[in-house]
Design a protein around this ligand. Structure first.
Ligand SMILES: *Cc1c(COP(=O)(O)O)cnc(C)c1O
Length: 365
């Protein structure tokens, strides 16, 4: 059977497990520890199923208006998609060129790379490979922070930075990110703010000053809606129009009617989400402190997860020991990540059990 040549080269993203074998405490995919707002439950209770006969609004206009209001921008500055993964997936063909696009007559590859850190969200290289867009990873510093200097005066065609970064959880200060954006005015700089509500600073207000800045956000983490699939981008109109062109070349109806309504109601329930996320921040800081007492190194997290390690115990061993004790975490087998385990912050009760199991494991090794 004939398949594409590209297919054989693809290494797809591996999502965290959604286990069905037994009941785990699930601290592996950075879902919110708390349920979505009561308003979202009312949407489902009152939903008129006959509406599903009709296609949804392809422009998600009401949702965009609510998001625009929330962020102090105009609806034309918002692009919505089926999770921020999809929005990121549309960014690559909208803003970046393929390997072979700018070759001379000899077919030499002259397309510069897209830059992102060596330790970051592992979906970025997957999209680059899918679209055959060249990329280059820039090593984080020894302390796992990003050095803005590394993203200036580079021969590149764009930059992607998650802030806070994943899986480190470390946030870069807004002025440091602005330095990067200002040094690359003719290229799109994408800032993935999936975890920004867990106590770092959003750069959304800076889109007014930088026409090359695109912010990516999601309802999956701080808005407890990973199961509804809704993400969005915020930027100046030409960037948003470019994303619309790609989307409408692929699938006009990426957000279904139910998700559009649920996300809309969530936008108006900001107070509820502030409350649960504040709680998660407190549990995170308390858990980090207790782990440090047990001899763990914990990177300074501004997200709803922590990246932890203990000398003498590999990430894989810690992950496996926790799994045997009914707790799912995530471990990434890379040169600079294999000593660590990433732990999503759960409820007080879940983290109490997690810490108890950690103490047992420390005694056993
Ligand atoms: C979880 C995550 C996403 C994807 O979120 P969805 O909106 O659920 O697709 C994007 N970027 C980063 C850094 C993430 O951790």
């Amino acid at each position: 059977m004939k398949f594409s040549k590209l297919l054989a080269t693809l290494k797809p993203y591996v999502a965290g497990e959604q286990p069905k074998d037994k009941k785990y405490i699930k601290l592996n995919t950075n879902e919110n520890a708390y349920p979505p707002s009561p308003g979202t439950a009312d949407v489902l209770k009152n939903f008129d199923t006959s509406e599903l006969r009709l296609y949804p609004d392809p422009d998600a206009s009401e949702l965009k208006a609510a998001l625009a209001k929330r962020h102090g921008v105009l609806p034309q500055n918002i692009f919505t998609g089926n999770g921020s993964d999809e929005v990121l997936g549309f960014c690559f063909p909208a803003f970046f060129d393929r390997k072979d696009c700018c070759g001379d007559t000899k077919g030499e590859n002259k397309t510069p790379p897209v830059l992102f850190p060596d330790v970051t969200y592992s979906f970025y290289p997957v999209y680059a490979n899918l679209y055959e867009i060249p990329y280059q990873t820039i090593p984080l510093k020894d302390d796992y922070t990003i050095d803005p200097k590394d993203y200036k005066n580079r021969d590149c065609q764009g930059i992607i930075i998650a802030n806070p970064n994943a899986p480190t959880g470390i946030a870069l200060k807004p002025y440091a990110l602005e330095e990067i954006i200002a040094a690359n005015r003719d290229k799109v700089v994408i800032i993935d703010e999936a975890y920004v509500d867990f106590c770092s600073y959003s750069l959304i207000s800076a889109i007014k000053r930088y026409d090359n800045l695109l912010i990516i956000r999601t309802f999956s983490k701080s808005y407890s809606l990973a199961g509804a699939r809704c993400g969005y981008a915020v930027g100046q109109k030409p960037l948003i129009d470019a994303l619309d062109t790609v989307k409408n070349s692929f699938n006009s109806y990426t957000l279904d009617r139910i998700t559009q309504k649920i996300a809309l109601v969530s936008c108006n329930d900001g107070g509820y989400y502030d409350m649960i996320n504040e709680r998660i921040i407190n549990i995170r800081d308390d858990t980090a402190q207790k782990l440090r007492k047990e001899g763990f190194s914990v990177l300074n997290s501004s997200a709803n997860f922590i990246f932890i390690k203990k000398t003498g115990v590999s990430g894989e061993r810690l992950y496996t020991a926790l799994r045997e004790k009914g707790i799912l975490t995530r471990y990434f087998d890379g040169a600079r990540t294999r000593d660590f385990v990433r732990v999503t912050i759960g409820t007080e009760e879940e983290m109490r059990i997690f810490l108890q199991k950690i103490k047992e494991i420390v005694k056993e090794v």
